[in-house]
Ligand binder design. Structure first.
Ligand code: PHB
Length: 413
């Protein structure tokens, strides 16, 4: 277990948000108990007076550590902007470090759901971990908001009314890249990724779009997650001499891949493309090596809308760092929950109405306009970005209002 991992015992002590410290919370609870015969609060009133228990299951260590931290920071920023409340209720946070380890995911999820009895789980980054979380959320009927992991099944065959994404599906952000690369004149492409659900699904979606446009993938390279020994594969790319490369890596792995690719000199001869995770939140560490990389994603740093400007400046004020897609997805996850809870005046017991409010939500995210499809996956624009001036700058909308096909989703109408 890493430093940030809260052992199970520590999880019994929620971190209360600003606006409610533990002493005040206990005093409030005691006050309710001594109100006496003159006032008998109803059960929903008591439930709504209690803090909302939000369980973060995120990677706070390993190659995706920064991604998890930014989701956490983005979510908390939104809560702070609501005076420490969601749907009018104070919030108590519980955290578990999932370490991006699928084998520990069911136990980690059960800690939050079974032991801490959280009202809602927010997580995670890694598609394999998210698969296990979705299964527990379905079995236990727990509300789940996925603030990153793109695993198609979560809003496909395993869709459920109480499972939402504030992020994207693996298909959604990569399919549009097929046409983009074909339009750029590329016909023979090599793909490279980690061999796990996200990498495989993103490459498959890119390939679907690229083949439909008339291109062909001549080699699919992969290495186990989260390995970063790229040298042999980079040598293979140099030998294959494709027109271009499409890659999915993220976090620490993306930093190393982009640097290794440039160190081998390939950035001068074989253009590198990818899903936007290749360069989101990573440019300061990648430096010059990232210049010119083109990616598709549902966010860009320079989106010229009021929500993005406000978000970036408040995120910087809170953390001292530049916001990225992960922070946006955390922020929007909190916005979505707030919207649902506000519709039912904080009463999680009124879940069908809460879910309906969330599913029909339309709001101005820092990413641009956002709504939800029948499987609770965002419908959103996917941008073509290029790394310029140390930022992911939007150069075009690659595909407008992209809606994941929700293949295999039967539970929703
Ligand atoms: C995923 O595993 O779904 C995943 C991980 C990191 C990203 C994007 C997707 O940046």
């Amino acid at each position: 277990m890493s430093d940030v991992t809260k052992p199970a015992a520590a999880l019994a002590h929620p971190i209360l948000t600003s606006g409610l410290d533990r002493r005040r919370f206990l005093a409030g609870a005691a006050g309710l108990a001594t109100l006496g015969a003159g006032f008998t609060p109803s059960a929903p009133a008591i439930a709504q007076a209690a803090p909302l228990k939000v369980g973060f299951m995120l990677p706070y260590s390993g190659t995706f550590a920064k991604l998890g931290k930014f989701i956490d920071d983005g979510f908390r920023l939104y809560v702070e902007q609501q005076g420490g409340k969601l749907g009018g209720r104070e919030v108590a946070f519980f955290q578990v470090d999932d370490e991006s380890k699928p084998e520990a995911a069911t136990d980690n999820m059960n800690r939050l759901v079974g032991r801490e009895k959280v009202d809602v789980v927010v997580g995670t980054v890694h598609s394999g971990v998210a698969m296990a979380m979705v299964k527990v959320a379905r079995d236990s009927n727990t509300m789940l908001i996925i603030p990153n992991a793109g695993v198609n099944e979560a809003t496909g065959p395993l869709c459920a009314p109480h499972i939402f994404r504030s992020s994207f599906s693996n298909w959604q952000v990569c399919y549009p890249m097929g046409k983009v690369m074909h339009d750029a004149g590329h016909r023979k492409v090599v793909t490279i990724t980690w061999r796990y659900a996200a990498g495989q699904q993103m490459v498959a979606a890119f390939k679907e779009g690229f083949s439909a446009a008339g291109g062909s993938v001549i080699e699919e390279l992969a290495l186990p997650f989260p390995e970063v020994e790229f040298q042999a594969l980079i040598t293979q790319i140099a030998t294959l001499k494709p027109d271009a490369v499409f890659a999915f890596f993220a976090g620490g792995g993306a930093v190393k891949f982009v640097k290794d690719y440039a160190a081998a000199g390939l950035n001068k001869t074989i253009p590198l493309y990818g899903s936007g995770f290749l360069t989101d939140g990573t440019i300061p560490a990648q430096g010059e090596a990232a210049n010119g990389i083109k990616t598709t994603l549902h966010y860009a740093d320079n989106l010229d809308n009021a929500a993005n400007k406000a978000f970036l400046s408040s995120f910087k004020a809170k953390t001292g760092q530049d916001g990225d897609i992960y922070a946006v997805q955390g922020f929007d996850g909190a916005a979505l929950l707030n919207l649902g809870l506000t519709a039912v005046k904080g009463d999680m017991g009124a879940r069908p109405a809460m879910i309906e409010a969330m599913r029909s939500a339309k709001f101005d995210s820092p990413r641009g306009p956002m709504s939800f499809n029948r499987a609770n996956n965002p419908v959103q624009d996917v941008y073509l970005r290029e790394v310029r001036n140390g930022r992911n700058e939007m150069i075009a909308i690659a595909q407008k209002s992209v809606d994941d096909p929700a293949r295999g989703c039967k539970a929703q109408s």
